[in-house]
Design a protein around this ligand. Structure first.
Ligand SMILES: O=C(O)CCC(=O)C(=O)O
Ligand SMILES: [Fe+2]
Length: 365
Protein backbone atom coordinates (compact mmCIF):
# COMPACT_ATOMS: atom_id res chain seq x y z
CA UNK A 1 0.00 0.00 0.00
CA UNK A 2 1.96 3.02 -1.25
CA UNK A 3 1.36 6.32 0.52
CA UNK A 4 2.33 9.05 -1.98
CA UNK A 5 5.04 11.58 -1.13
CA UNK A 6 4.21 14.96 -2.65
CA UNK A 7 6.03 18.26 -3.07
CA UNK A 8 3.99 20.84 -1.18
CA UNK A 9 5.69 23.72 -2.98
CA UNK A 10 4.35 22.44 -6.30
CA UNK A 11 0.97 23.59 -5.08
CA UNK A 12 2.02 26.84 -3.43
CA UNK A 13 4.48 28.08 -6.06
CA UNK A 14 4.24 25.74 -9.03
CA UNK A 15 2.73 26.15 -12.47
CA UNK A 16 -0.99 25.62 -13.00
CA UNK A 17 -0.23 22.12 -14.19
CA UNK A 18 1.90 21.35 -11.09
CA UNK A 19 -0.87 22.67 -8.84
CA UNK A 20 -3.43 20.45 -10.51
CA UNK A 21 -1.17 17.41 -10.41
CA UNK A 22 -0.47 17.96 -6.70
CA UNK A 23 -4.22 18.29 -5.98
CA UNK A 24 -5.06 15.16 -7.96
CA UNK A 25 -2.30 13.09 -6.35
CA UNK A 26 -3.20 14.29 -2.85
CA UNK A 27 -6.81 13.21 -3.34
CA UNK A 28 -5.72 9.93 -4.89
CA UNK A 29 -3.41 9.09 -1.96
CA UNK A 30 -6.15 10.05 0.53
CA UNK A 31 -8.70 7.86 -1.25
CA UNK A 32 -6.41 4.85 -1.62
CA UNK A 33 -4.63 4.91 1.73
CA UNK A 34 -6.11 7.57 4.07
CA UNK A 35 -2.65 9.18 4.19
CA UNK A 36 -0.14 11.30 2.24
CA UNK A 37 3.40 12.46 2.97
CA UNK A 38 4.61 15.97 2.18
CA UNK A 39 8.08 17.30 1.52
CA UNK A 40 9.26 20.76 0.41
CA UNK A 41 6.84 22.29 2.92
CA UNK A 42 7.38 25.41 5.04
CA UNK A 43 8.85 23.73 8.17
CA UNK A 44 12.66 23.66 8.40
CA UNK A 45 14.69 20.94 10.14
CA UNK A 46 15.75 23.59 12.65
CA UNK A 47 12.15 24.51 13.50
CA UNK A 48 11.23 20.86 13.95
CA UNK A 49 14.25 20.24 16.16
CA UNK A 50 13.22 23.24 18.20
CA UNK A 51 9.67 21.89 18.45
CA UNK A 52 10.87 18.61 19.92
CA UNK A 53 13.37 20.39 22.19
CA UNK A 54 10.51 22.44 23.66
CA UNK A 55 8.48 19.26 23.98
CA UNK A 56 11.27 17.60 25.97
CA UNK A 57 11.65 20.66 28.19
CA UNK A 58 7.94 20.56 28.93
CA UNK A 59 7.58 16.83 29.58
CA UNK A 60 10.82 16.74 31.62
CA UNK A 61 9.17 18.94 34.27
CA UNK A 62 8.10 17.14 37.47
CA UNK A 63 4.55 15.78 37.39
CA UNK A 64 3.26 18.25 39.97
CA UNK A 65 4.55 21.14 37.85
CA UNK A 66 2.88 19.77 34.71
CA UNK A 67 -0.29 19.25 36.72
CA UNK A 68 -0.41 22.98 37.45
CA UNK A 69 -2.01 23.33 34.00
CA UNK A 70 -4.39 20.34 34.01
CA UNK A 71 -6.56 19.56 31.03
CA UNK A 72 -10.13 19.45 32.26
CA UNK A 73 -11.27 16.20 30.68
CA UNK A 74 -14.76 16.44 29.28
CA UNK A 75 -16.87 17.04 26.21
CA UNK A 76 -14.80 20.08 25.28
CA UNK A 77 -11.54 20.89 23.47
CA UNK A 78 -8.45 19.87 25.40
CA UNK A 79 -6.15 22.49 26.86
CA UNK A 80 -2.98 21.99 28.89
CA UNK A 81 -1.54 18.81 30.35
CA UNK A 82 -3.06 15.31 30.44
CA UNK A 83 -1.08 12.68 32.38
CA UNK A 84 -0.24 9.09 31.53
CA UNK A 85 -3.15 6.76 30.88
CA UNK A 86 -6.00 9.22 31.23
CA UNK A 87 -7.15 9.37 27.61
CA UNK A 88 -7.95 6.05 25.91
CA UNK A 89 -8.58 6.42 22.19
CA UNK A 90 -9.32 2.70 21.86
CA UNK A 91 -12.71 3.48 23.39
CA UNK A 92 -13.75 4.90 20.02
CA UNK A 93 -13.46 1.49 18.45
CA UNK A 94 -16.10 -1.08 17.60
CA UNK A 95 -13.83 -4.01 18.45
CA UNK A 96 -13.94 -4.82 22.14
CA UNK A 97 -10.27 -5.82 22.31
CA UNK A 98 -9.29 -2.35 21.09
CA UNK A 99 -11.82 -0.68 23.36
CA UNK A 100 -10.06 -2.19 26.36
CA UNK A 101 -6.56 -1.30 25.20
CA UNK A 102 -4.57 1.14 27.36
CA UNK A 103 -2.74 4.06 25.76
CA UNK A 104 0.72 4.75 27.21
CA UNK A 105 1.19 8.48 26.72
CA UNK A 106 1.03 11.95 28.24
CA UNK A 107 0.20 15.03 26.21
CA UNK A 108 -0.01 18.81 26.00
CA UNK A 109 -2.89 20.35 24.01
CA UNK A 110 -3.18 23.87 22.64
CA UNK A 111 -5.96 25.68 20.78
CA UNK A 112 -6.05 28.95 18.87
CA UNK A 113 -4.45 31.87 20.75
CA UNK A 114 -7.69 33.92 20.37
CA UNK A 115 -9.97 31.27 21.87
CA UNK A 116 -11.65 32.97 24.83
CA UNK A 117 -14.18 30.18 25.39
CA UNK A 118 -11.53 27.49 25.94
CA UNK A 119 -8.34 29.46 26.67
CA UNK A 120 -4.92 27.89 26.45
CA UNK A 121 -2.94 27.01 29.55
CA UNK A 122 0.79 27.74 29.48
CA UNK A 123 3.43 26.52 31.93
CA UNK A 124 4.94 29.16 34.19
CA UNK A 125 8.38 27.61 34.83
CA UNK A 126 11.17 30.07 33.83
CA UNK A 127 12.88 27.47 31.61
CA UNK A 128 9.68 27.35 29.54
CA UNK A 129 9.34 31.09 29.07
CA UNK A 130 9.81 30.88 25.28
CA UNK A 131 7.48 27.89 24.84
CA UNK A 132 4.25 29.86 24.33
CA UNK A 133 5.70 32.15 21.69
CA UNK A 134 7.27 29.28 19.74
CA UNK A 135 4.15 27.12 19.90
CA UNK A 136 1.82 29.94 18.86
CA UNK A 137 3.92 30.59 15.76
CA UNK A 138 4.15 26.88 15.04
CA UNK A 139 0.36 26.54 15.39
CA UNK A 140 -0.17 29.32 12.84
CA UNK A 141 2.20 27.72 10.38
CA UNK A 142 0.34 24.41 10.70
CA UNK A 143 -2.98 26.16 10.19
CA UNK A 144 -1.78 27.88 7.02
CA UNK A 145 -0.63 24.49 5.70
CA UNK A 146 -3.98 22.83 6.44
CA UNK A 147 -5.94 25.63 4.77
CA UNK A 148 -3.69 25.27 1.72
CA UNK A 149 -4.45 21.53 1.65
CA UNK A 150 -8.19 22.31 1.82
CA UNK A 151 -7.66 24.60 -1.19
CA UNK A 152 -5.92 21.69 -2.95
CA UNK A 153 -8.94 19.46 -2.30
CA UNK A 154 -11.17 22.15 -3.82
CA UNK A 155 -9.00 22.06 -6.95
CA UNK A 156 -9.15 18.26 -7.04
CA UNK A 157 -12.95 18.33 -6.72
CA UNK A 158 -13.35 21.12 -9.28
CA UNK A 159 -14.99 23.44 -6.74
CA UNK A 160 -12.19 26.00 -6.57
CA UNK A 161 -14.37 28.57 -4.76
CA UNK A 162 -12.93 28.82 -1.25
CA UNK A 163 -15.93 27.06 0.29
CA UNK A 164 -13.96 24.23 1.90
CA UNK A 165 -11.36 26.63 3.26
CA UNK A 166 -14.15 28.85 4.65
CA UNK A 167 -15.48 25.88 6.64
CA UNK A 168 -12.24 25.82 8.65
CA UNK A 169 -11.92 29.54 9.49
CA UNK A 170 -11.47 30.75 12.20
CA UNK A 171 -9.38 27.89 13.50
CA UNK A 172 -10.85 25.49 16.06
CA UNK A 173 -7.88 23.15 15.85
CA UNK A 174 -6.15 21.39 18.72
CA UNK A 175 -2.40 21.04 18.46
CA UNK A 176 -1.06 18.14 20.51
CA UNK A 177 2.44 17.29 21.66
CA UNK A 178 2.51 13.68 22.79
CA UNK A 179 5.25 12.05 24.87
CA UNK A 180 5.39 8.29 25.08
CA UNK A 181 7.68 7.43 28.03
CA UNK A 182 10.11 4.50 27.78
CA UNK A 183 8.23 1.24 28.31
CA UNK A 184 9.12 -2.49 28.48
CA UNK A 185 8.51 -4.12 25.11
CA UNK A 186 6.39 -6.83 26.78
CA UNK A 187 3.73 -4.19 27.48
CA UNK A 188 3.22 -3.73 23.74
CA UNK A 189 2.86 -7.46 23.07
CA UNK A 190 -0.68 -8.83 22.97
CA UNK A 191 -3.78 -6.67 23.06
CA UNK A 192 -3.55 -5.07 26.51
CA UNK A 193 -1.75 -1.86 25.75
CA UNK A 194 -0.41 0.25 22.94
CA UNK A 195 1.39 3.58 22.82
CA UNK A 196 -1.79 4.83 21.17
CA UNK A 197 -4.54 2.37 20.20
CA UNK A 198 -5.91 2.13 16.64
CA UNK A 199 -8.06 5.15 15.87
CA UNK A 200 -8.99 7.83 13.38
CA UNK A 201 -8.72 11.53 14.24
CA UNK A 202 -11.87 13.68 14.40
CA UNK A 203 -11.19 16.57 12.03
CA UNK A 204 -10.88 16.70 8.22
CA UNK A 205 -7.11 16.04 8.27
CA UNK A 206 -4.20 15.87 10.74
CA UNK A 207 -0.60 16.97 10.20
CA UNK A 208 1.88 14.76 12.00
CA UNK A 209 5.60 15.06 12.69
CA UNK A 210 7.30 12.21 14.53
CA UNK A 211 10.77 11.92 16.05
CA UNK A 212 13.21 9.21 14.94
CA UNK A 213 12.02 6.45 17.34
CA UNK A 214 9.51 4.66 15.08
CA UNK A 215 6.43 2.63 15.97
CA UNK A 216 3.76 4.50 13.97
CA UNK A 217 1.64 2.08 11.95
CA UNK A 218 -1.21 2.56 9.53
CA UNK A 219 -3.97 0.22 8.49
CA UNK A 220 -3.04 -1.81 5.45
CA UNK A 221 -5.81 -1.62 2.86
CA UNK A 222 -3.94 -3.67 0.31
CA UNK A 223 -6.23 -6.33 -1.11
CA UNK A 224 -3.32 -8.77 -1.44
CA UNK A 225 -1.98 -8.57 2.09
CA UNK A 226 -3.61 -11.41 3.93
CA UNK A 227 -1.57 -11.54 7.08
CA UNK A 228 -1.11 -8.01 8.38
CA UNK A 229 -3.69 -5.43 9.37
CA UNK A 230 -1.11 -2.69 9.96
CA UNK A 231 2.06 -1.60 8.21
CA UNK A 232 4.76 0.64 9.73
CA UNK A 233 5.19 4.22 8.58
CA UNK A 234 8.78 4.52 9.78
CA UNK A 235 10.41 7.92 10.19
CA UNK A 236 12.72 8.75 7.29
CA UNK A 237 13.90 12.14 8.45
CA UNK A 238 12.34 14.46 11.02
CA UNK A 239 11.16 16.90 8.35
CA UNK A 240 8.82 14.40 6.74
CA UNK A 241 5.24 15.50 7.27
CA UNK A 242 2.50 12.90 7.41
CA UNK A 243 -1.06 13.94 6.63
CA UNK A 244 -3.94 11.68 7.52
CA UNK A 245 -7.61 11.77 6.67
CA UNK A 246 -9.90 12.14 9.68
CA UNK A 247 -13.59 11.51 10.41
CA UNK A 248 -14.81 14.94 9.24
CA UNK A 249 -13.54 14.38 5.71
CA UNK A 250 -15.20 10.96 5.70
CA UNK A 251 -18.47 12.57 6.75
CA UNK A 252 -18.18 15.51 4.34
CA UNK A 253 -17.60 13.11 1.44
CA UNK A 254 -20.47 10.84 2.56
CA UNK A 255 -18.02 7.98 3.11
CA UNK A 256 -16.08 8.36 -0.16
CA UNK A 257 -12.77 9.00 1.62
CA UNK A 258 -12.22 6.72 4.58
CA UNK A 259 -10.23 8.02 7.56
CA UNK A 260 -6.68 6.71 7.93
CA UNK A 261 -6.61 4.33 10.90
CA UNK A 262 -3.32 4.51 12.79
CA UNK A 263 -1.68 3.35 15.99
CA UNK A 264 1.69 3.60 17.72
CA UNK A 265 3.30 0.50 19.15
CA UNK A 266 6.81 -1.00 19.42
CA UNK A 267 9.17 -0.12 16.54
CA UNK A 268 9.32 -2.97 14.02
CA UNK A 269 12.86 -4.12 15.00
CA UNK A 270 11.92 -4.50 18.69
CA UNK A 271 8.51 -6.12 18.37
CA UNK A 272 9.44 -9.71 19.16
CA UNK A 273 12.14 -8.80 21.70
CA UNK A 274 12.15 -9.54 25.40
CA UNK A 275 13.68 -7.71 28.34
CA UNK A 276 14.04 -4.57 26.22
CA UNK A 277 12.93 -1.04 26.99
CA UNK A 278 11.36 0.81 24.07
CA UNK A 279 12.90 4.29 24.06
CA UNK A 280 10.75 7.35 24.69
CA UNK A 281 9.03 8.86 21.66
CA UNK A 282 7.56 12.24 20.81
CA UNK A 283 5.16 13.47 18.15
CA UNK A 284 3.30 16.64 17.20
CA UNK A 285 -0.20 16.25 15.78
CA UNK A 286 -2.01 19.27 14.39
CA UNK A 287 -5.55 17.92 14.76
CA UNK A 288 -7.15 20.24 12.21
CA UNK A 289 -10.86 20.95 12.77
CA UNK A 290 -13.78 22.56 11.00
CA UNK A 291 -15.19 25.76 12.56
CA UNK A 292 -17.23 24.94 15.65
CA UNK A 293 -20.59 25.85 14.11
CA UNK A 294 -19.89 24.25 10.75
CA UNK A 295 -21.79 21.09 9.85
CA UNK A 296 -19.90 17.81 9.60
CA UNK A 297 -22.77 16.29 7.63
CA UNK A 298 -22.15 15.29 3.97
CA UNK A 299 -21.48 18.14 1.52
CA UNK A 300 -24.16 18.58 -1.21
CA UNK A 301 -21.59 17.48 -3.83
CA UNK A 302 -21.56 13.98 -2.31
CA UNK A 303 -25.29 13.46 -1.84
CA UNK A 304 -27.79 12.47 -4.52
CA UNK A 305 -30.91 10.33 -4.91
CA UNK A 306 -28.65 7.40 -5.65
CA UNK A 307 -26.32 8.23 -2.74
CA UNK A 308 -28.41 9.44 0.17
CA UNK A 309 -26.59 10.93 3.15
CA UNK A 310 -25.28 8.18 5.42
CA UNK A 311 -24.13 10.58 8.14
CA UNK A 312 -26.52 12.85 10.02
CA UNK A 313 -26.01 16.57 10.24
CA UNK A 314 -24.32 17.89 13.38
CA UNK A 315 -21.88 20.71 14.10
CA UNK A 316 -18.13 20.15 14.35
CA UNK A 317 -18.35 21.15 17.99
CA UNK A 318 -21.11 18.63 18.78
CA UNK A 319 -19.04 16.00 17.00
CA UNK A 320 -15.94 16.85 19.05
CA UNK A 321 -17.94 16.83 22.30
CA UNK A 322 -19.25 13.39 21.52
CA UNK A 323 -15.85 11.94 20.56
CA UNK A 324 -14.09 13.47 23.57
CA UNK A 325 -16.73 12.11 25.94
CA UNK A 326 -15.89 8.68 24.59
CA UNK A 327 -12.10 8.87 24.86
CA UNK A 328 -12.35 10.10 28.45
CA UNK A 329 -14.90 7.41 29.35
CA UNK A 330 -17.52 9.89 30.58
CA UNK A 331 -21.05 8.92 31.35
CA UNK A 332 -22.80 9.58 28.08
CA UNK A 333 -26.22 10.25 29.51
CA UNK A 334 -24.86 13.13 31.53
CA UNK A 335 -22.68 14.66 28.86
CA UNK A 336 -24.24 14.01 25.50
CA UNK A 337 -27.46 15.15 23.97
CA UNK A 338 -29.81 12.65 22.39
CA UNK A 339 -28.54 13.14 18.86
CA UNK A 340 -24.95 12.50 19.93
CA UNK A 341 -25.90 9.34 21.81
CA UNK A 342 -27.67 7.94 18.77
CA UNK A 343 -24.70 8.74 16.58
CA UNK A 344 -22.27 6.97 18.86
CA UNK A 345 -23.51 3.63 17.63
CA UNK A 346 -23.56 4.68 13.99
CA UNK A 347 -20.00 5.98 14.06
CA UNK A 348 -18.50 2.93 15.70
CA UNK A 349 -19.89 0.74 12.96
CA UNK A 350 -18.59 2.70 10.02
CA UNK A 351 -15.29 3.94 11.41
CA UNK A 352 -13.86 0.82 12.94
CA UNK A 353 -11.81 -1.66 11.00
CA UNK A 354 -9.19 -3.46 12.94
CA UNK A 355 -8.15 -7.12 13.07
CA UNK A 356 -9.05 -9.70 10.46
CA UNK A 357 -11.96 -8.07 8.66
CA UNK A 358 -10.99 -4.53 7.76
CA UNK A 359 -11.99 -4.71 4.12
CA UNK A 360 -15.49 -6.00 4.80
CA UNK A 361 -16.10 -3.16 7.20
CA UNK A 362 -14.64 -0.57 4.88
CA UNK A 363 -17.00 -1.74 2.18
CA UNK A 364 -19.95 -1.00 4.44
CA UNK A 365 -18.83 2.62 4.60
O1 LIG B 1 2.31 9.82 17.95
C1 LIG B 1 1.90 9.62 16.81
O2 LIG B 1 2.67 9.41 15.87
C2 LIG B 1 0.43 9.59 16.55
C3 LIG B 1 -0.36 10.52 17.44
C4 LIG B 1 -1.81 10.44 17.14
O3 LIG B 1 -2.27 9.57 16.47
C5 LIG B 1 -2.74 11.46 17.67
O4 LIG B 1 -2.31 12.32 18.47
O5 LIG B 1 -3.92 11.43 17.30
FE1 LIG C 1 -4.20 10.15 15.72
Amino acid sequence: MAVSTLNYNHFTSGTQEQRETFARELLDSFERTGFAKLKAHTFSAQELNELFTWGHKFFDQPLDVKNEIPNETGPRPMRGYTPWRVEEVGRLHRDERVRLMKDSKEHFDQGPSYDTEFPNQWPKAPELSGFKRFMEDFYQQCDDTCLTLMAALEVAWGIDDGSLVARCVPSSTDLRLTHYPAIPVEEMQGDRASRIAPHTDFGPITLLFQDSTGGLEIEDRDENSKTKSFVPLPPTDTTEMIVNVGDTLTRWTNGKITGGIHQVTAPEAMKEGSGLMIPPRMSMAYLFKAGRNVSVGPLPKFVSDRQPAIYPDMTAFEFQQWRNSTVYGLNKKEHLNEKEQLNDKEHMIVAGSWNSTPKAILLQA
